[in-house]
Design a binder for this molecule. Structure first.
Ligand code: KG4
Ligand code: ZN
Length: 361
């Protein structure tokens, strides 16, 4: 390590991924390690908070050692520590947050608590291969679509404004629930994506609207409509096999199920685009970032940039490698806050299950 060079340690433990990254002062990832707990939660069909917290306690120390080794660094090279403080599962968050505070205290370096959603929203400015980040514009709009969140925010010079939110399920949750009903296991987004590639969308689901005219999202109707279509196909939800294996092997999925998954994917992407278009109509934006687990979806990555090209909006997709939860985005959000002197509560930060991004300065 070059003496005096910035090296920000980022820790992420808000849900079922333990992640550690080291980011240099140019916004390039020097190391990024993610340990997924998918296996541990699979047989329950979703994330079990207590299991997640315990797994973070086990996974974090070896992951930190591995990340330091990858970067050819030691703890003494770390110049700042950033850790996710919310939103997320409190027991899970506490693991990374406490570790981060302890390390910052021990090393006498600054500590930055990071909002998980802000990390996702900024991830499209990162380079997936570890190159330097691109400059973050003073104002931009962010579509964050994950398993827990579906939001549109406007980042402004002196604050963050929420433009839309989901009123029920998140987009990723819709993918996951439909996949589960179809017998495809957890998490279902990637499986629906793969099946949709083999299918042809032919029977569109309606895009829901709110009576009050808000551009908010809603995906629970789609879940119900998809259940009916599954029943029409004579497919009843089957229980998982012992050990948590999904009851349906993807290669055995019949054509009509692939077609239905293509319809579901279309419906989710159509709604995302409908809301983004409406918001753009109400107050044009130049830059739109698209991030979160669902930003890995093939159709999302095709359609939203195509819409941007047609409407003069510079769409920035999160690099595929950084769509899911990771430590790089947390270190990056921390670095940005450190540089602007907006480190919030610092060591006084507490773990928050809810932490609306629009309350941040
Ligand atoms: O950002 P993330 O890793 O965790 C949260 O903060 O929620 O997002 C996970 C979500 C899951 O719902 C997963 O099914 C979805 O992202 N996802 C996808 C794809 N890859 C992951 N959804 C659709 N298509 C994909 N290729
Ligand atoms: Zn996330």
């Amino acid at each position: 390590m070059k003496p005096g060079a910035a090296l920000v340690l980022g820790l992420e433990t808000s849900c079922d991924e333990t992640a550690v990254a080291l980011l240099d002062g140019a916004g390039g990832a020097r190391a990024s390690r993610v340990s997924s707990q998918e296996e541990a939660h699979r047989r329950f069909g979703g994330v079990v908070p207590e299991i997640a917290a315990r797994a973070h306690v086990e996974n974090l120390p070896p992951l930190l050692d591995a990340a330091l080794a990858d970067a050819g660094a030691t703890l003494l090279d770390v110049t700042a520590v950033a850790a996710t403080a919310g939103p997320g599962l409190v027991g899970a968050l506490l693991v990374g947050l406490s570790e981060g505070k302890g390390l910052a205290l021990g090393l006498s370096v600054p500590f930055v608590p990071v909002n998980h959603i802000e990390g996702h929203a900024l991830s499209p400015f990162l380079d997936g291969a570890g190159g330097p980040s691109t400059p973050v514009p003073e104002t931009f709009t962010a579509l964050v679509v994950s398993g827990g969140h579906t939001h549109v925010f406007r980042f402004e010079r002196d604050g963050i404004v929420r433009l839309a939110r989901t009123r029920d399920d998140a987009a990723g949750e819709a993918f996951d629930k439909v996949a589960k009903m179809a017998g495809l296991g957890y998490p279902g987004g990637p499986a629906v994506d793969r099946l949709a590639r083999r299918g042809r969308a032919a029977r569109p689901f309606p895009v829901p609207h709110f009576k009050d005219g808000a551009p908010d999202f809603s995906f629970s109707g789609l879940k119900t409509a998809a259940r009916e279509r599954l029943l029409e196909l004579g497919r009843t939800p089957a229980p998982a096999l012992p050990g948590g294996a999904p009851p349906l092997r993807e290669e055995d999925a019949p054509q009509e199920l692939c077609d239905l998954m293509a319809d579901v994917e279309e419906a989710i992407v159509a709604q995302l685009l409908h809301r983004v278009s409406r918001l753009h109509g109400a107050g044009r934006f130049d830059v739109l970032t698209v991030s979160g687990g669902v930003a890995a979806n093939t159709l999302v990555r095709e359609r939203i940039p195509a819409w941007g090209r047609a409407h003069g909006v510079d769409v920035r997709l999160a690099p595929r490698a950084l769509t899911g939860d990771n430590g790089v985005m947390i270190a990056f959000a921390g670095l940005r806050r450190l540089r602007s002197g907006r480190t919030g509560e610092g060591l006084g930060a507490v773990a928050r299950s809810r932490w609306p991004l629009e309350t941040l300065r």
